[in-house]
Design a protein around this ligand. Structure first.
Ligand code: FAD
Ligand code: NAI
Length: 468
């Protein structure tokens, strides 16, 4: 008789691979099924990692083109896109091979193919070629992630009309890239191509970019990105895209509320209007696993679906579609299956947009506090008053700390700054311990650092900042 696994994980993204490793650490006999040729899911193959490789490389190009001269460095950089793409591919390969190494190290059995659940405790693996086989298992974790959402009238060919996947691999810099959706993907990948010379037009359905982010930070980022050459058409929707005989594309754009349509010509279109959970081919209807109204696998507070022994995590379930959220889900569900009682503080999951400057945020935005009728104090310190930022020519942005008006407890924060993504975590730890703005303000911060602005913003929730 074939092995019976304690746990079978379907999908090897940051949710699935972390779940498998944590379960193996806890002594379980673990199987992972992955249908793609490499492990690591969206994040490592076509998401977080390749996008950050291109964001870094394009930022270096931009710095060399426009930033070095002011520091007394004379250069005339020339773009070698093929090598830049080679850098991105090498980073992806190193990361996905790292997962393979970790699976081997943790004695996790891997299966290549599409996993579908035929009954509780049974998963059929169908490889691209060769015979299918059934795995027997005590528990199953669905970690099948998400795919780009589509719009009627727009078909993705990953050449001229691309999703994020195609936008990570253009063979030449498009002269004009039309981005549909002013969310994180549109602005990160728009930034990459803008820095490399593309004209970028962003069409956003709402009257603001970056829904979910504090509206002051969103307005500030729109101004900054406009200065970097991006143009925005807000309260507008693209209703159709056609590819012309000469290879150009024409998009039809209408006001979101309806009205006269106009057209925009471009060399390529990036469709980035969100992502949707991916459960196709999993056989959930066969075993009766329920989905919610948005197609996400429905789970209780312990990742358990309505079918005993079948759990789900990451982008396939409700919550922010972020790699670190998926990984935290993955570790927690492994611990739950092992009989432990982990807890994730979903209200303390940080978000980061890796533009220049970066935007990092956690907890409540000012808009949310206002809507909830919570009395709050604001400490907002600009980077123009930070010594390190001046030394680095990185004075764009600010730190905003929001604290309860009565108790001083920090309720949320936004940082717009170079390396904001590295700085948000001191606020995450503070909020994890229910800390007050005064706790932040009394913590010694090394000088000169960008993080000193966080302390100054916290001081502004009390008697006031020292350096402004
Ligand atoms: P996924 O990573 O999507 O992995 C799912 C895996 O399951 C895939 O490998 C898929 O092949 C496999 N699979 C699906 N169905 C089956 C099946 N039936 N059988 C076998 N295998 C199957 N998040 C961040 O936090 N930071 C970022 O900087 C960031 N950047 C991003 C940039 C881009 C361009 C994109 C698209 C996303 C980005 N994200 C980022 C989001 C992040 O990638 C996702 O939140 C994360 O990958 C979700 O992890 P997951 O494990 O739930 O699913
Ligand atoms: P998003 O939800 O961030 O943004 C989509 C945008 O498209 C929104 O502003 C929305 O209002 C707009 N939109 C929706 N329909 C539209 C229409 N018909 N016309 C014009 N605009 C329309 O989704 P995005 O950017 O596709 O990213 C998907 C997810 O991937 C993110 O929500 C995030 O979870 C994850 N991600 C995270 C990153 C990070 O953490 N740095 C980077 C990239 C992606």
């Amino acid at each position: 008789m074939a092995d019976i696994f304690d746990l079978t994980v379907i999908g090897s993204g940051p949710g699935g691979y972390v779940c498998a490793i944590r379960a193996a650490q806890l002594g379980m006999k673990v199987a992972v099924i992955e249908k793609w040729p490499t492990f690591g899911g969206t994040c490592l193959n076509i998401g977080c990692i390749p996008s950050k490789a291109l964001l870094h490389a394009s930022e270096m190009f931009e710095e060399a083109s426009t930033g070095f001269a002011g520091l007394g460095i004379k250069v005339k950089p020339e773009l070698d896109l093929a090598t830049m793409m080679g850098h991105k591919d090498a980073v992806v390969t190193a990361n996905v091979s790292g997962i393979e190494f970790l699976f081997n190290k943790n004695k996790i059995t891997t299966f290549r193919g599409t996993g579908s659940i035929t009954a509780p405790g049974k998963v059929l693996v169908t490889p691209e070629a060769g015979a299918a086989q059934t795995i027997e298992t005590r528990s199953i974790v669905i970690a099948t992630g998400s795919v780009p959402a589509s719009l009627p009238g727009i078909s993705i060919d990953e050449d001229k009309v691309v999703s994020s996947t195609g936008a990570l691999s253009f063979k030449a810099v498009p002269k004009h890239l039309l981005v549909i959706g002013g969310g994180i993907i549109g602005l990160e990948l728009g930034s990459v191509w803008a820095r490399l010379g593309a004209k970028i037009t962003v069409v956003e359905y709402l009257d603001r970019i970056l829904p979910g982010l504090d509206s002051e930070a969103a307005r500030q980022m729109q101004r900054i990105l406009q200065k970097q050459g991006m143009s925005f058409q807000l309260s507008a929707k693209v209703t159709g895209v056609v590819t012309n005989a000469d290879g150009s594309v024409t998009a039809t754009v209408e006001p979101a509320a309806g009205g006269e349509a106009k057209t925009i010509s471009a060399d390529a279109v990036l469709l980035a209007v969100g992502r949707k959970p991916y459960t196709t081919g999993l056989g959930l209807d066969v075993v009766g696993v329920a989905l919610d109204e948005r197609g996400r696998v429905r789970t209780d507070g312990h990742f358990q679906t309505n079918v005993p022994g079948i759990y789900a995590i990451g982008d396939a379930v409700a919550g922010p579609m972020l790699a670190h959220k998926a990984s935290d889900d993955g570790a927690a569900v492994a611990e739950i299956i092992a009989g432990q009682s982990p807890q994730i503080h979903y209200e303390l999951i940080p978000s980061v947009m890796y533009t220049n400057p970066e935007v990092a945020w956690i907890g409540k935005s000012e808009d949310e506090l206002k809507a909830a009728g919570i009395e709050y104090k604001i400490g907002k310190f600009p980077y123009t008053a930070n010594g390190r930022a001046k030394a680095m020519h990185a004075t764009q942005g600010y730190v905003k700390v929001l604290a309860d008006a009565t108790t001083d407890r920090v309720l949320g924060a936004q940082i717009v700054a170079k390396n904001a993504g590295e700085m948000i975590h001191e606020i995450a730890v503070l909020m994890g311990f229910s800390g007050a703005a005064e706790d932040l303000a009394r913590t010694t911060h090394a000088h000169p650092t960008m993080s000193e602005a966080i302390r100054e913003a916290a001081l502004m929730c009390g008697d006031g900042a020292l350096h402004i």
